[in-house]
Design a protein around this ligand. Structure first.
Ligand code: SF4
Ligand code: SF4
Length: 476
């Protein structure tokens, strides 16, 4: 374990990163090598690749993930949703929320420690760059507290320059989730004067990312993240947590290998396995002491497990003084997977996913809406006929282009005069509004309203019926 400043918390401290003078306490968490760090690193590299690829890789003609707010279009692995899919989107959102609750009830904050972009980019991109340029934690702390020297200046300049480049890359990826990679590339190749909006959004996003990973860091998890704030209601005594085994570790005390050997030989009274070395505290990226019990600041990053396992190996004790466990298991009982809250969450998730499946299988390839065009409700023509001007809004909800035309159901005494020539071709996902005059003999109106059925014929052979009520003068 590398040397480093002991990050001690006095009992009257409220936040692990808040000093007595009210100022932020800058953390220098020591990297603890071990099996969890290795696995998290593999997972981190994979996730960075996924986060970067999602807006670029196309599935079914659309980015694997697109949240196009301007065109109100949401693409997810080939499925495209539009504002008319409110019910589907709502069900999807509820399913995600219930899944998060179930996942958290079972596995605790595994997401935070292993997969959250905040953790992944900070621990596996920004901190490694910082260590590479500025050295180990105790060296960095000493330099930061010292005067400005040439050595300090060049290291800070190089580090922040690399941070800036990485933040720019992340900002472009982030914006690509909302506008698509193609639009982003086009904007990037044009001069800023042609896309001031994009330029400003990119500058602000880059600045925020730089601030977050360069300065704000663990504060995002400890004071800003809403998911972290909700942990206390989602976790129970059976949830998986990273925890210190108090029963095994206490009474803790600093002692040498020789003293530990004497304990084993029964020459002195046996104490707990914790040798109070503070390795678990020095490595914690949120600055807490896991031995104080489960805390909201713990992001379950497993660094204290690796740190303590290393110490246990050194002093010849079994690993796992700090480990993945549950409060129930620490009390000597068996962790229960099946319990009221996991049953309720599972049932709710199955129900919502079933509803989602039903709604999506009944979803039409084409969304059609008929309305009255702006202006008079109807016009009386010179030849005695009544004209209703209707507006057909048609969206192609498939990924392939399709054309359509409109006619009235046979036997209906109407003539259609589209304002623009039919058929009209729509690209995948495209929506068009088409105005059509509908002419009817005045004698056809038995009252001042006449229901008419329209047939929309699409190039893939689908014929969809929609009814609309025409207005006219009553002949009675
Ligand atoms: S690393 Fe392990 S032995 Fe050292 S203080 Fe933490 S719990 Fe105790
Ligand atoms: S207490 Fe351990 S698991 Fe929790 S944030 Fe600190 S190092 Fe990570």
């Amino acid at each position: 374990m590398a040397d480093g400043p002991a990050i001690l918390q006095s009992p009257d401290e409220v936040l692990s990163t808040l000093g007595r003078d009210g100022k932020r306490k800058w953390l220098y968490p020591v990297e603890s090598k071990g099996r969890f760090l290795t696995w998290r690193r593999y997972a981190g590299v994979l996730l960075v690749a996924v986060y970067l690829a999602l807006p670029i890789v196309h599935v079914g003609g659309k980015p694997a993930m697109l949240l196009d707010l301007v065109h109100r279009e949401f693409a997810l692995f080939g499925a495209v949703f539009y504002p008319t899919d409110t019910l589907l989107l709502m069900l999807m959102l509820i399913a995600v929320m219930v899944a998060v609750m179930l996942f958290t009830a079972l596995l605790g904050r595994v997401w935070c420690g292993w997969a959250c972009p905040q953790t992944v980019y900070l621990e596996f991109v920004f901190r490694p760059v910082e260590r590479l340029i500025e050295g180990k934690e105790h060296v960095r702390k000493r330099r930061d507290e010292g005067p400005l020297t040439l050595d300090k200046a060049w290291r800070k300049t190089v580090k922040w320059s690399i941070f800036m480049v990485v933040s720019l890359l992340l900002a472009h990826t982030f914006v690509a989730y909302f506008v698509g990679w193609e639009a982003l590339m086009a904007w990037m190749q044009a001069p800023p004067t042609e896309h001031w909006g994009f330029f400003v959004v990119m500058a602000i996003t880059t600045g925020l990312i730089l601030f977050d990973f360069g300065i704000f860091r663990e504060q995002m998890c400890t004071i800003a993240c809403p998911y972290a704030r909700m942990q206390s209601i989602m976790l129970d005594e059976d949830s998986t947590i990273v925890s210190y085994d108090t029963g095994r570790g206490e009474p803790r005390s600093k002692r040498s290998k020789k003293q530990l050997r004497m304990e084993e030989e029964g020459l002195v009274p046996q104490e707990g396995d914790c040798i109070d070395c503070f390795a678990c505290v020095r490595t914690c990226p949120t600055g807490i002491d896991i031995r104080d019990g489960l805390q909201m600041e713990c992001v379950a990053c497993t660094q204290c497990i690796d740190a303590c396992d290393h110490i246990m190996d050194n002093i010849g004790k079994p690993r796992g003084l700090i480990r993945y466990t549950s409060e129930r298991e620490l009390d000597g009982k068996k962790t229960r997977l099946v319990r009221p809250r996991t049953l309720i969450y599972s049932a709710a998730l199955i129900f919502v996913l079933s509803a989602f499946s039903v709604v999506i299988t009944q979803r039409s390839d084409y969304d059609i809406n008929i309305g009255r065009a702006v202006g008079e409700p109807y016009a009386e023509l010179g030849d005695g006929r009544i004209a209703n001007r209707l507006r057909f809004r048609v969206r192609n909800q498939t990924a392939q282009p399709a054309s359509f035309s409109v006619r009235a159901a046979s036997g209906t005494p109407v003539e259609l005069r589209p304002v623009e020539a039919l058929p009209i071709t729509l690209d995948g996902g495209e929506m068009r509004r088409v105005e059509i005059w509908v002419m009817t003999p005045a004698s056809a109106f038995e009252s001042d309203a006449m229901p008419v059925t329209f047939l929309l014929e699409f190039s893939d052979g689908q014929v969809l019926e929609r009814s609309f009520t025409l207005l006219g003068p009553s002949i009675r």
